[in-house]
Design a protein around this ligand. Structure first.
Ligand code: ATP
Length: 450
């Protein structure tokens, strides 16, 4: 696998991602997706939607707003109680979570302690800075995970409002709307893709952890006594999706969360981890969120969010299984997984054809074939994301398409003008086939699914 520097350079050089606001010196940890990056991102999203919405008999989609009533975040626990307690080491200027310092040094879990109690405990137990060994800490400051802004046109006069830190809550608050309007029966999954914002303390590793990112989340509502079964079902479903799109099984594994690591809402969580070049890390979190969220919203909103099963005459608050995947993070994983060096060919992006940013490159060999090549491009680009490249020697053009993962090249040569045939080159095998222009669409019809 390439190292991170190589992956970042590859992305910058080939138009997958650029540092954000670069002409102004950039903005730390912000990345913009270039012409190939946006295609890849859209394709991954489409592939996810196809499997998780279109091909699932249980799931339907939603697109909720990023800005929500602030009470949503009170109910979910994001406002009040769940911000991180941070302290700075005054000697080496590193920042630490006070609860982690205590736990790492003494094995005591300070969940629920006040800041004053944590500060006193750190002093009494002579807990030191893990970097420089000093005990010269600042006071604890509350770290707010959510970006806060104001709604209203006059600065200072609007009410505080947050950018959502997860897409999930938009699904919970719409649970009743969706059930009522779709007449859906349990079990029922609601899926959504969208932006989320977190004021992360330690963003980094390129697009692995950023403050603005996209999530692809499914909230799967089911009868409480079936939750374990569905938890296992979705774990396998997620892993199968990754493998089906060409992820190397050796780079993937499940990791169950230890009981003391579980989020406040979770009865069980397993991460699918990926062996990134910087280490094995979470790619996809699959959690049994129980009835925590719906009950929390029932309490704060006073709305009844329980489900009535007309067949069994039972009323219950559903449990929720949540597979939550970062779109940017899985994009990075697909690139790390697929960019390989092949002897005699150099770097080739061996990505699944459905995810490949460009599907077909149209390459006229000489000037004389440009008109015909334009006609072929017109025909192909109605159905497939195609590109047209007329300069450079053909070997170099193949190399360039290999590097960005284009599964097929269509070369138009001198003979094409006579016999109306073109050469199709396969990225995976480099085999070349002579095909009639009229048969091209038929030839490609079983090569892509999205
Ligand atoms: P982590 O432990 O990496 O911070 P998390 O457990 O907080 O992640 P979740 O809240 O479970 O993450 O979010 C679900 C998924 O969203 C993650 O598995 C990851 O793919 C993605 N994700 C979370 N935070 C970020 C981020 N800051 N940047 C990019 N993707 C993220």
């Amino acid at each position: 696998m390439k190292n991170m520097d190589e992956i970042v350079n590859y992305c910058k050089e080939n138009g997958f991602a650029f540092p954000g606001s670069l002409i102004y010196g950039g903005l730390a940890n912000a990345w913009d997706y270039g012409p190939l990056g946006v295609e890849l991102k859209n394709n991954i999203q489409k592939a996810w939607w196809k499997k998780f919405v279109q091909e699932s008999e249980y799931n339907i989609g939603l697109d909720s707003a990023i800005l929500m009533n602030p009470q949503v975040w009170v109910a979910s626990g994001h406002v009040g109680g769940f911000s991180d307690p941070l302290m700075d080491c005054k000697d080496c200027q590193t920042r630490h979570r006070a609860d982690h310092l205590i736990e790492d040094a003494t094995n005591v879990n300070p969940a629920g302690w006040s800041f004053a109690k944590m500060e006193a405990y750190i002093k009494e137990n002579n807990i030191t800075c893990p970097k420089c060994g000093s005990t010269n800490f600042s006071e604890i400051k509350e770290f707010q995970l959510m970006f806060k802004t104001q709604q209203g046109v006059i600065s200072g006069e609007g009410s505080d409002i947050y950018l959502r830190p997860e897409t999930a809550q938009g699904i919970f608050v719409n649970f009743k709307n969706v059930v009522r309007s779709s007449r859906a029966k349990m079990p029922l999954g609601i899926a959504q893709v969208g932006k989320a914002f977190r004021n992360e303390i330690t963003p980094g590793n390129f697009i692995f952890r950023t403050r603005e990112f996209e999530q692809m989340e499914l909230e799967f509502f089911c009868k409480p006594d079936t939750a374990n079964e569905w938890y296992n079902y979705w774990k396998k479903y997620c892993m199968d999706w990754l493998l089906n799109y060409g992820m190397n099984s050796e780079y993937l594994c499940f990791r169950d969360h230890e009981p003391d690591e579980l989020s406040h809402y979770s009865a069980m969580t397993a991460d699918i981890e990926f062996k990134f070049p910087f280490g094995q890390s979470e790619l996809w979190g699959i959690a049994n969120r129980t009835d925590y969220d719906l009950k929390a919203h029932m309490k704060v909103s006073k709305e009844d969010l329980s489900y009535f099963d007309a067949y069994t005459n039972e009323k219950y608050v559903p449990y929720v299984i949540e597979p939550s995947l970062g779109l940017n993070r899985v994009l990075l994983a697909f690139l790390c997984n697929s960019l390989v060096n092949i002897e005699g060919r150099g770097d080739v992006l061996m990505i699944h054809p459905d995810l490949a940013p460009l599907k077909i490159a149209i390459l006229p060999l000489q000037k004389q074939q440009i008109d015909l090549a334009h006609d072929v491009f017109k025909k192909i680009s109605k159905y497939y994301m195609a590109t047209f490249e007329s300069s450079g020697n053909i070997g170099k053009r193949y190399k360039r398409q290999d590097l960005i993962g284009t599964p097929y090249c269509v070369t138009i040569d001198f003979d094409s003008l006579e016999d109306n045939m073109v050469t199709v080159r396969d990225r995976n095998t480099t085999e070349q086939l002579r095909i009639k222009i009229d048969d091209l669409l038929e030839y490609f019809s079983d090569k892509f699914e999205l």
